[in-house]
Design a protein around this ligand. Sequence first.
Ligand SMILES: *Cc1c(COP(=O)(O)O)cnc(C)c1O
Length: 394
Amino acid sequence: MPTYRPAPVEFVSGEGCHLTDANGKTYLDFLSGIAVTSLGHSHPAVREAVSAQLGKLLHVSNLFQSGLNEEVAGMIDLLIGDGQLAGGKVFFTNSGAESNECAIKLARRFGGHGRHVVVSAYGSFHGRTLATLHATGQPAKHEPFAPMPEGFRHVEYGDIQSLDRALDASVVAAVLLECIEGEGGIIPAPPGYLKAVRQLCDERNILMMLDEVQTGLGRTGRWFAFQHENIKPDVVTLAKALGNGMPVGACWARSEVADCFAAGDHGTTYGGQPLAMSAVRATLQTMMDIDAPRLARERGAYLRHLAEQIPGVSLVRGEGLLLGLVLEGELDATKTVNEALSRGLVLNSPAPRVIRLAPPLIVSPAECSEASAIIELSLAAVRDATDAGQGYSS
Ligand SMILES: *Cc1c(COP(=O)(O)O)cnc(C)c1O
């Protein structure tokens, strides 16, 4: 169905930070399938784990116990606790939207009838199912699909007064926020905001739910972006990098919250199935072995330094290896992305005037320099074309 306008390039193989198209041309991948392939393409540990599992067992459903499933849940709990068990429980899904659906349903169970509202932020992105679409604070995306499901409110991102006014504890069960708005254009929460949110939620017995689908698993330089702010959320949602490309997601909640669900309240046929779990175990184990957050911090600092020097880039925002390059007014981000693609660099533009950099966390300094040089050339080409166009029209 015509839900995307795909670029006229077909990638047929990948290794590390590189992709190869059907004509044999290679590209440097600074998008990672939208922050998914954090260990790079075709990582041997993930490939071998999935291949081995393929030969054993693909699927049995959640009607039976799974040691693998429990082991992976334990690994996620350990990372949420930044190296110490956080003491929570996990529901496995197949995507980010489903992880947030789980969180929203859990919030309704926690709040009880009448206290079911979830407050999220303008500019956020939480998924494309009807409920997560309404949680997504982009009214233009709601309009074609009205009416939206009931029970969602939006506030200005980063504005604690706006949240304070919206958090009427008689109807609100939870807050759902990104620590950095990813699809919104790589917009970090202002310093201290998440701490203030935590405090408001504590005062009013409202759940603090963080959507770490894009920011989680090392990308921002910590295992989870909330760890930069030293707070403890009640619910955390995951997907994207979790299986390094295998479609899988998770919703973590601290135990007392997770236990608001009773048997039969929620379910999934595929979520937590052995093939996906084998990929997650290998991905998380490898991330721990290589200290993925440290790589994101170090390489991210270097990439940011390079990006800040590029003419035409007015601001670099984000954390670690999730960076947004804000372009000077007259430069078109989509045209820049297309220019970069023709020069062998894969990027994207989540918002007008913003280019997202989300390379694999294993990216080398040399690859960062190469990407930065291509972006500089691409911006110069866009500027030349823009100047020529303006000269012509005036
Ligand atoms: C990508 C994304 C989602 C949706 O994930 P899907 O797997 O596409 O459903 C939700 N929240 C955030 C923050 C995302 O970046």
